[in-house]
Write a protein that binds this ligand. Sequence first.
Ligand code: F0G
Length: 458
Amino acid sequence: MRRSWAEPYKIKMVEPIRMTTPEERATAITAAGYNTFLLRAEDVYIDLLTDSGTSAMSDRQWSAMMLGDEAYAGSRSFYRLVDAVQEVYGYEELVPTHQGRGAEHILSQILIGEGDVVPGNMYFTTTRFHQEHAGGRFVDVIVDEAHDPESLFPFKGNVDLDKLQRVIDEVGADRIPYISVETNVNMAGGQPLSLENLKATYELCHRHDILVMLDATRALENAWFIKQREYGYADHSVAEILREICSYTDGATMSSKKDNLVNIGGFLALRDPELARKARALLVAFEGLHTYGGMSGRDMEALAAGIHEMVSTDDHVAARIGQVEYLGNALIKAGIPLIRPVGGHGIFIDAMAVLPHIPQDQFPAQALTAALYKESGVRGMERGIVSAGRDPKTGDHHYPKLELVRLAIPRRVYTQAHMDVVAESVVEVFENREAVRGLRFTYEPDELRFFQARFEEV
Ligand code: F0G
């Protein structure tokens, strides 16, 4: 008999949360300028703003923290982290950073020159920012299916090799320092790429002396989908698949706040010692000494433990993605338009399908995110035109095809009962969707505007 899955852990410590009143929430969202980033966490009931840095650590990770070696240089904890990354990801050179964007900054600075082009399988906000900040231009080479919320293509994170070849033909390989390949593509809805596609991308790039740099932030979750969906991998462990993913790359940036089950940390991993030397030279100016890079010794201990733990059995990632699918299936059953297949780290609601009466330049996903908070105290995040920002050349908005509300599920934090409440809350807002109004900016920051922008109702 096939039984239901359950979480492969039990709960040893709890953190109380509080339901707020509708009046409290109306006041809070107005004070936050309709931006859920500007809410106080204590005004939130179920917090699905992000899966980043919000994981619950295990008893092993907490006890590892007591072993942190806080030496400024050459900390024992750093070498434990080096060993963990070598063993689980297979990269020789480790450059520790305070989080993912620290690694993106260093990588962009050592590889990108003025006027260079960096292709990628869809943009990520901070990744593209650092590429542009270094003088580069991002070009999207993800497959078309990624932009279609209804396509059930199993690998919507794949690189479109024809698009990549066209970019190479147009600008010339010598203007392309590397391609940035993201696993379980965040802005596409947590969608995986296949190993077959990654291998082909690697071969194409290497024929042209273009490096392949992985955004490994959610590579473990991608490995799980490969195990489920790619021919020949059903009997492989996620640990084996993860190693194989990394084998088709020259390095990786990592936000350890996701897969790696810690609240802060990250790294740049490389194969080429000469590139690593350049990275370390910049690291000391921007992050910290090359044996801590912005993390404390105890952070590095918790991270090393998290890296081992995430792949110690397949059960962890099975339950993690199982919970996301549970919520997704409840919403699909209720007729909520969302990105399908359900992704790895959250649910992405198609805001343009929910709110056809709000034009994209009145920020439907931002408005829907605010409405969901107001209705239920559930906090999500806009992943649409506000996140996409403006084209630095023309000054006009980027108009992404996907206008999404993301409900990202923290790892090991909420229960199935919380997921039921979230589903009920989304349905409630959906039933009253005609009442949701568009928004306009009252404050628009120049860079990464979604974090601190403020709005009012039109
Ligand atoms: N790459 C991806 C794919 C990410 O999702 C993130 C962060 C980063 C890089 C940057 O890492 O936050 O450690 O500096 N994503 C978070 C999110 C913020 O909510 O999706 P960071």
